[in-house]
Design a binder for this molecule. Structure first.
Ligand code: ATP
Length: 456
């Protein structure tokens, strides 16, 4: 086995960053190639999505935008029917997303093989799809590229929504979707317009884009395809295709039951204002057949504190190379991980984790505040005001035995002044280290030196 971390495409048998043994190519899209890989320590299978040229500025390449969107979206999402992002690694020339492996391949191939799917199977898969989409919307993520090619299956034949490269994210402080770069996205999506809602094609979205309604339209096209085996709107001439989409006119195959026809028509309603919403779908007779609120709640349940392939719970994980790279002020990769706001901050302390958390508790209590530890080992503490309102969240990651990274999220207002005046000065003490690193590569090399694993 040879070690690799970048440069040439990972060939079978190569070991990436000393952690993942690369296998065959699973698929390729416009922005990335996806490989099967095995996590060396645990033997678990994963999918590694490889994006070239991460240093090209966003907007210069398909990959430049889409990997940022995909990481930002997937970091918000933990759902049984959404592909899980295990970790992000980077080298001089590539970004690698280590993803949950969907062993069953693309749903599209399953439909192609069978012509169309039986109604009960359509219903099971559609419920899983709606649960994943509704959950994403509740977390401020709008997929905007839902189509059977982006729906994968696991070994049990259950759905895994993937490819969030076109996702729009709503920031917690705003009601509109961020990253909605109108023309660019619309232009890109015109490559596969058959699934795109009419209001997106007509650009009515500008200024008031309802990502949830547009995703519902795409769910309607998917439901139609699963049941029929062909697209509801199809025409070799793009203008004729658009006209069909605007009119919403479609013909279900003869085997479609009346209730399914009605639901498809309500999803493929060209007017987003009257198009069915998730709440409406839950009350729909076809969707709700032999299905109760408890089953929906179970479907919507986010995954617990999921583990990475090594089996380490997330709150305990050591920082990986990409986490470290993201601390570098020389290269602004922080948007990959979270929305940059003045309510967030990160710094390093030359102290072990426990003493930092102990100090936080002492100072917090002296101020009459409740400091609650989350996670069994207290790597995350939440500081609450006297009425139980959220003030601060402090996450503490071990970097080495004596060096710790502290990430703060403040509520604004009261959280801000509490941090600036009391907790911040007490916590930082005299040994606050700025994590200054001149470049992306230097950080990667530092990890190499520290771990002995080959990065390049
Ligand atoms: P697009 O052209 O839509 O932007 P992309 O470059 O973002 O695509 P994906 O659609 O995410 O790439 O992946 C390409 C193909 O790789 C998929 O169609 C699928 O066959 C395979 N694939 C992606 N993710 C996984 C996974 N987690 N498990 C198994 N196969 C996967």
């Amino acid at each position: 086995m040879t070690e690799t971390g970048g440069g040439a495409p990972p060939s079978p048998g190569k070991v990436l960053f000393g952690k993942y043994e690369m296998g065959r190519l699973l698929g390729r899209g416009a922005s990335a190639k996806v490989y099967h890989a095995r996590h060396c320590a645990s033997g678990l299978g994963v999918a590694v999505k490889v994006f070239p040229n991460p240093r090209r500025p966003a907007g210069c390449s398909a990959a430049g935008d889409s990997f940022i969107r995909e990481i930002s979206a997937l970091r918000r999402l933990r759902h049984p029917h959404i592909v899980r992002l295990h970790e992000v690694l980077a080298s001089r020339s590539k970004v690698y997303l280590v993803l949950e492996l969907a062993k069953g391949g693309e749903l599209f191939s399953r439909v192609e093989e069978r012509g169309h799917l039986p109604e009960d199977l359509c219903r099971r898969l559609f419920r899983q799809l709606v649960s994943a989409v509704a959950y994403s919307h509740s977390r401020g993520v709008f997929h905007r590229d839902l189509k059977p090619e982006n729906l994968l299956l696991d070994e049990a034949g259950d759905l895994k929504v993937s490819d969030f490269g076109f996702a729009a994210l709503r920031s917690s402080s705003s009601s509109s979707a961020d990253g909605d770069d109108g023309d660019l996205l619309l232009h890109t999506q015109c490559g596969t317009p058959a699934y795109v809602a009419p209001e997106v094609l007509t650009k009515k979205m500008t200024g008031g884009y309802d990502g949830a309604k547009a995703d519902m339209w795409s769910c309607g096209v998917i439901l139609f395809v699963l049941n029929a085996g062909y697209l509801p709107f199809n025409d070799p001439n793009l203008m004729s295709l658009y006209r069909k989409i605007y009119r919403g006119y479609h013909r279900c195959p003869r085997w479609t039951s009346p209730n399914l026809r009605r639901l498809i028509a309500r999803l493929l309603d060209p007017n987003p204002a009257t198009r069915i919403s998730v709440d409406g779908i839950l009350r729909d007779p076809w969707f709700a057949k032999d299905f109760d609120a408890d089953q929906w709640t179970a479907l919507m349940q986010p995954r617990g504190d999921a583990t990475d392939p090594s089996g380490k719970p997330h709150h305990r994980r050591e920082l990986n190379a990409f986490d470290l790279i993201s601390f570098s002020p020389g290269l602004d990769l922080s948007p990959l991980f979270e929305e940059a706001t003045s309510d967030r901050e990160r710094f390093a302390l030359a102290e072990p984790v426990d003493s930092i958390v102990d100090r936080l508790e002492q100072v917090g209590r002296a101020q009459g505040l409740a400091v609650r530890r989350e996670g069994e080992n207290g790597f995350c503490a939440v500081v609450e005001g006297q009425k139980g309102d959220f003030l601060l969240r402090v996450e503490v990651y071990p970097l080495t035995a004596s060096l710790t990274v502290v990430a703060i999220e403040r509520s604004g207002g009261a959280g801000e002044s509490l941090w600036n005046e009391k907790l911040g000065p007490a916590l930082r003490g005299p040994v606050n280290l700025a994590l200054e690193t001149p470049s992306f590569i230097t950080e990667a090399e530092r990890i190499h030196d520290a771990t002995g694993s080959s990065m390049e």
